[in-house]
Design a protein around this ligand. Structure first.
Ligand code: NI
Length: 258
């Protein structure tokens, strides 16, 4: 079975066929899905999806680009949600210096990233981390909160192999999706070849990041076999071995998923 660790099925781009698509996934071998919140609003829609579908679990959290929605009141609401039966992680949280160049806002991103890391620790939940063009500061925040005690994944991994090894040293997993099928994804391919298979998680980040030959189109979890095949080829093993290992990895990390 395929364990999809990062989807956004509450996104508007699934408006027309969301139920048909979600209802078809298990027949296609996608047997667990974590839908990931990225704002207070999308955390609410994520929780609703987890309520509606047995095999869908929720991650609750606020993405660095949406921290304007965070204050003590919304943070307290987020804390209440972490106790939910279907809440498997805090995420996605982190730093995004690709979209945000303002130093003061970047500092606020670090503040709310650290606060949400502490929230995960309190709730004994793993974290799903978004980190773009902010590798050094991500590592700094992780060290400052003793992230080796808070398990998690660096989702849609985009840094070097050496940096991946730093994250793995802290006990982290590396999220791999459609980008690994792109011709020009040299760094990611190198990373996928070098790191232990026990540290790789499978994800789409759908509706974004569709694999080849669908690059640029709307993504969904039914394309994950293309990602499995690319990882298998890079590592010289079978797609079935990658499927089994990535499921085991996901279950080791997301312990609330049944
Ligand atoms: Ni995402």
């Amino acid at each position: 079975m395929i364990f999809e660790t990062h989807a956004h099925y509450d996104d508007d781009r699934f408006e027309k066929d969301r139920d048909a698509l979600l209802s078809s996934l298990q027949k296609q071998g996608i047997e667990r899905v974590i839908n990931v919140g990225a704002s207070i609003e999308s955390t609410k829609t994520t929780l609703a999806l987890a309520d509606a579908y047995d095999f869908v679990y929720a991650a609750v959290g606020v993405h660095p680009s949406d921290i304007d929605g965070l204050n003590e009141e919304s943070f307290a609401w987020l804390r209440e949600q972490t106790a939910g039966r279907k809440v498997a992680a805090v995420g996605e949280i982190g730093l995004d210096y690709y979209w945000e160049k303002d130093a003061a806002v970047q500092e606020r991103q670090r503040y709310w990233f650290a606060r949400q890391m502490e929230l995960a620790r309190e709730a004994s939940l793993p974290v799903i981390i978004h980190s773009r063009e902010a590798a050094a500061d991500t590592l700094k925040v992780l060290k400052s909160v003793h992230a080796e005690q808070i398990p998690g994944v660096i989702h849609c991994y985009s840094y070097s192999r050496e940096m991946a090894e730093e994250f793995i040293k802290m006990g982290y997993y590396i999220g791999v999706g459609g980008v690994v099928t792109f011709k020009n994804a040299k760094k990611l391919k190198e990373t996928v070849q070098a790191i232990p298979l026990e540290r790789i998680l499978l994800e789409t980040d759908c509706p974004y990041m569709a694999p080849e030959p669908y690059r640029g189109k709307r993504n969904d979890s039914s394309y994950l076999p293309l990602v499995l095949a690319a990882i298998a080829e890079l590592r010289g093993i079978t797609p079935e071995e990658v499927e089994r290992a990535t499921e085991e990895n996901a279950r080791r990390l997301f312990v609330k998923v049944r």
